[in-house]
Write a protein that binds this ligand. Structure first.
Ligand code: F6R
Length: 261
């Protein structure tokens, strides 16, 4: 796993957006897996800027969702479908048809989960999956002790995650759904390249466990150690508990520019 330490969230966003621009140049119909939450927003802003300046071409890009709340009415502003349409699809000027996601309003939720895994496979698989990390080490909404082989399915959020996400629901934790559909850890590991972004001191412990701890279901993000092409982009604060930070800095500083992430 490659760990890149950047000065701040803006620099992380620009680095990942440039990586996406390079991928789109190589593969114009890239299927980009997007995460929601606060952390990846600088990536989406930087990518939209590259599109405006003509340095990235997203005209044939496709977008897919990582997870979704269960039980929010269709069109709720905090459903992840609405968030991705607002933060990614619209600013990039993509058509909503270029976007696939699981149906959190389906009557038959297990069938919706299976249908989503099939849709990802039929779309040719995810080329690059962006991830954030929960303070409890979750990726997607695979909470601690999720199976490392799991596929898209229904999960129950921990109280910690619901409290962390209350800020998107006017600070009222009671409004945060208990259940979600999430790509499983096995589904996430199917992506050709996985890029996990983490910023802020609040993520430092989860990042240290994910990168330097054992591969263990208790820290779902540690499963990325099993992926042949996983990149972790962290700001100084999120990197603050990494014992090997010096080595990661040295490796990245010596990396040939043409290699990219
Ligand atoms: C979001 C997701 C979550 C978040 C994580 C971090 O689609 O799957 O894993 O990435 O909860 O959220 P933020 O970035 O808001 O701290």
């Amino acid at each position: 796993m490659e760990v890149v330490i950047v000065p701040d969230a803006k620099a992380g966003g620009e680095l990942v957006a440039r990586t996406l621009a390079q991928l789109l140049a190589r593969k114009p119909d890239t299927l980009l897996g997007v995460a929601t939450g606060s952390t990846p927003l600088p990536v989406y802003r930087a990518l939209a800027e590259l599109v405006r300046s003509g340095e990235a071409d997203v005209s044939r890009a496709r977008i897919c969702q990582l997870d979704e709340y269960v039980g929010l009415p269709a069109g709720h502003p905090e459903s992840y479908r609405s968030v991705v349409l607002r933060e990614v699809v619209a600013p990039l000027g993509l058509s909503p048809e270029a976007f696939i996601g699981p149906d959190g309003t389906a009557e038959d939720l297990p069938a919706a989960c299976e249908a989503y895994d099939r849709a990802l496979a039929e779309a040719g698989g995810v080329d690059l999956q962006l991830l954030g990390i929960g303070t409890d080490g979750h990726i997607g909404f695979n909470e601690p002790c999720s199976s490392l082989a799991s596929r898209t399915r229904i999960k129950t959020l921990t109280e910690r995650t619901r409290a962390d996400n209350a800020r998107f629901f006017g600070g009222d934790v009671a409004q945060v759904p208990h259940h979600v559909i999430t790509q499983g850890i096995g589904t996430i590991l199917d992506a050709r390249h996985v890029v996990l972004l983490a910023t802020g001191e609040g993520k430092a412990e989860a990042v240290a466990q994910a990168v330097e701890g054992p591969v263990a279901a208790v820290c779902p993000a540690s499963a990325l150690q099993l992926h042949p092409h996983a990149t972790v982009v962290v700001d100084e604060a999120a990197a603050s508990r990494l014992k090997l930070a010096g080595y990661f800095r040295q490796t990245y500083a010596a990396k040939p520019h043409w290699q990219g992430l």
